[in-house]
Design a protein. Structure first.
Length: 143
């Protein structure tokens, strides 16, 4: 498909964020989700006051997001870009779902945490160019 410059466009997306930058931001969002519930608590006694479900949900979703961000790279990407995009959509839905769940339970701080992370993840996914850059290695074929 020509993009008006005479060059062929390879891959999906017309986003402004390169995939390698996406991965760094994605890993950062995951790490923030894991650590922020503990950072927001100002003393050890307040950590115990946080609902366990907030810590578990933030830890699980954060670990998945961080792992997804750390996968692949310039030396080869073990995951197809289409699958990565699909998992980004699933994580966005999970974050928004967690925000709605905690909003229903009256946990305002958890609602803000998950809604903010969901919005950031949705924006990141929408702005990402899910295509290989010229310096990226092609995935290795299994023999």
């Amino acid at each position: 498909m020509a993009n008006g410059t005479g060059k062929e466009s390879k891959g999906k997306g017309v986003g402004v964020v390169r995939f390698d930058i996406h991965r760094v931001i994605e890993a950062t969002i995951g790490m923030v989700l894991i650590l922020l519930p503990f950072v927001l608590a100002f003393s050890p006694s307040e950590v115990l006051d946080l609902p366990t479900t907030v810590l578990v949900v933030a830890g699980v979703i954060g670990a998945v997001a961080a792992t997804l961000g750390f996968l692949g790279g310039r030396s080869g990407n073990p995951m197809p870009l289409g699958l990565h995009f699909a998992l980004d959509v699933v994580l966005t839905v999970a974050l928004i779902g967690a925000a709605l769940f905690f909003a229903y339970g009256g946990e305002t701080s958890a609602t803000v945490l998950f809604a903010s992370a969901g919005l950031a993840y949705a924006l990141l996914s929408a702005l990402t160019r899910y295509s290989r850059e010229p310096g990226d290695a092609e995935p290795r074929a299994e023999r």
